[in-house]
Design a protein around this ligand. Structure first.
Ligand code: TYC
Length: 120
């Protein structure tokens, strides 16, 4: 059986790039490109049938407004036809719309609500 001669270790140890961050080597530094997400406003629409009290309760419940703020928003909708109840990321806004429509449907009211991108 042939005896293998072990390879000689290099005379000089291989020098790895010196780092002070645990071994990560920064190859390239790019300027930050992350933008804040597009936000969506939940807009409630007026109708002639949904009771004002119901709208106020819905705004308090799903948009975390106190009685006074919810009443102001409801009156704005009643007088102007529509009003913003809150501004959220896309998925959260869609969930709020679902919750409002579900509550209105269960109570037998025609209350309508939509979400739309906030203009910059
Ligand atoms: N206009 C309704 C009424 O007079 C009240 C109302 C307010 C309905 C806001 C919907 O989003 C709404 N009973």
């Amino acid at each position: 059986m042939a005896t293998k001669v072990p390879a000689k270790p290099p005379t000089q140890p291989v020098q790895l790039p010196k780092t002070d961050d645990g071994g990560a080597v920064v190859v390239e530094r790019k300027t930050e490109k992350v933008k804040p997400p597009q936000m969506y406003q939940v807009v409630m629409l007026n109708d002639d049938y949904t009771p004002m009290e119901f709208v106020v309760v819905v705004i308090q419940e799903f948009f975390s407004k106190d009685l006074e703020a919810a009443t102001q928003i409801m009156l704005k909708i009643h007088l102007e036809g529509r009003g913003v109840c809150g501004v959220y990321t896309k998925d959260v806004a869609a969930t709020k719309v679902d919750q409002v429509l579900d509550a209105a449907h269960k109570a037998g009211h025609p209350l309508q609500c939509v979400s739309e991108p906030v203009e910059l």
